[in-house]
Design a protein around this ligand. Structure first.
Ligand code: NAP
Length: 320
């Protein structure tokens, strides 16, 4: 079969489509004929050798996919740590979910990581219960126009949340506003901490979804109101966070970590997430935002786009 192989650590130039042996499903695994793969920022980090737990190259890339389950012909979407960007893959049965009939393979490949991560961010923020009465809780979503960001906006709308989102471009913000983002902040034009102060009349937000690292974790803490939570789930700047725990005392604030790799090994947590997400899917409330589809042969260009932060929504590889 054809597979996208990380030949060594480096940039997108180390990716090669090669012939690889067909996978042999192990215990609790099933064979899937992959149609499309969802590209994640974690794939970019994996290439550079920066993703924890990744085996040494050569290694087949890819963390999520959509395809046909060999056993029953059902179209499924799934999550894994690597080996998804290949014509066939051996997937963990518990991390395969049925794809709605009206979705394309690209949409299926764009679902698992973004929506599970966004769902868990609201869970960690204590905001999963739909608010009735009283003011809507406020959430600041960094990289709001990206894969996880657009999923967080769709879920935030369902939960009745007042959403503030950052992006580098007016054009991206305009597109996320169509998804119901209420307050767009172009961080190239203005400091988002100042913007949050102004937009919330000095009060702050209940939660920040923070995936930048560096100075942004501390800045995000400063955007909180009383008892607010920063949910840390990424490090796109590549810089170490500089947050002083003493800054949390004053507002009773807290910082929470979120890592899907870890949560995906907890069946109870995953089942309850899927129960809610699948209900929203059936009700027609969730639809993955696929911004860019690349043919398999142009995988390196897809990685480059995500690495530069030029994407809107999800970047997908069409494998067959
Ligand atoms: N912990 C977990 O389990 C988990 C799971 C999924 C994703 N994540 C993390 O969540 C973040 C978003 O992932 P994603 O796959 O959905 O990517 P994405 O948001 O679709 O793409 C990244 C976006 O981040 C913004 N950005 C800001 N600073 C950046 C920088 N220094 N380099 C590159 N992009 C930058 C860019 O948007 P603007 O131009 O609009 O700023 C870019 O489009 C990543 O940090 C990823 O590692 C974590």
């Amino acid at each position: 079969m054809k597979a996208l192989v990380i030949t060594r650590m480096g940039g997108p130039e180390v990716l090669e489509i090669q012939q690889a042996p067909d996978p042999v499903p192990g215990m609790n695994q099933e064979l899937v004929r992959v149609e499309a793969g969802g590209l994640n920022f974690a794939d970019v980090m994996t290439l550079q050798g920066g993703y924890p737990g990744t085996p040494k190259p050569p290694l087949v890339a890819g963390r999520e996919f959509c395809g046909i389950r060999e056993r029953d012909g059902q179209r499924v979407m799934g999550y894994t740590q690597w080996a998804a960007f290949a014509e066939r893959m051996a997937a963990h049965s518990a991390l395969l979910w049925p794809v709605p009939i009206e979705w394309s393979a690209a949409e299926g490949a764009a679902f698992p990581v973004n929506y599970l991560t966004a769902y868990f961010a609201y869970w960690k923020a204590g905001l999963l219960e739909k608010q009735s009465g009283g003011p809507a809780p406020r959430v600041l979503i960094h990289a709001v126009a990206g894969g996880v960001g657009t999923a967080a906006v769709q879920i935030g709308k369902l939960l009745g949340v007042e959403m503030y989102g950052t992006s580098s471009s007016e054009e991206k913000l305009a597109r996320v506003k169509e998804l119901s983002l209420q307050h767009g902040i172009n961080y190239k034009q203005r400091d988002y901490e100042d913007a949050i102060k102004e937009l919330t009349y000095g009060d702050g937000v209940d939660a920040v979804f923070e995936m930048l690292g560096g100075e942004h974790t501390a800045k995000s803490v400063r955007c909180l109101r009383d008892f607010g939570r920063v949910i840390v789930y990424g490090n796109a700047t590549g810089q170490k966070s500089t947050v002083d725990p003493r800054t949390l005392y004053a507002k009773g604030a807290s910082v929470h970590g979120l890592w899907l790799t870890y949560l995906s090994q907890n069946p109870k947590v995953m089942e309850s997430a899927w129960k809610q997400l699948s209900t929203w899917i059936q009700q027609g409330h969730l639809k993955p935002i696929v911004g860019h589809v690349f043919p398999f042969s142009k995988a390196a260009a897809a990685y480059q786009l995500l690495q530069k932060g030029s994407n809107f929504g999800k970047v997908v590889l069409q494998i067959v």
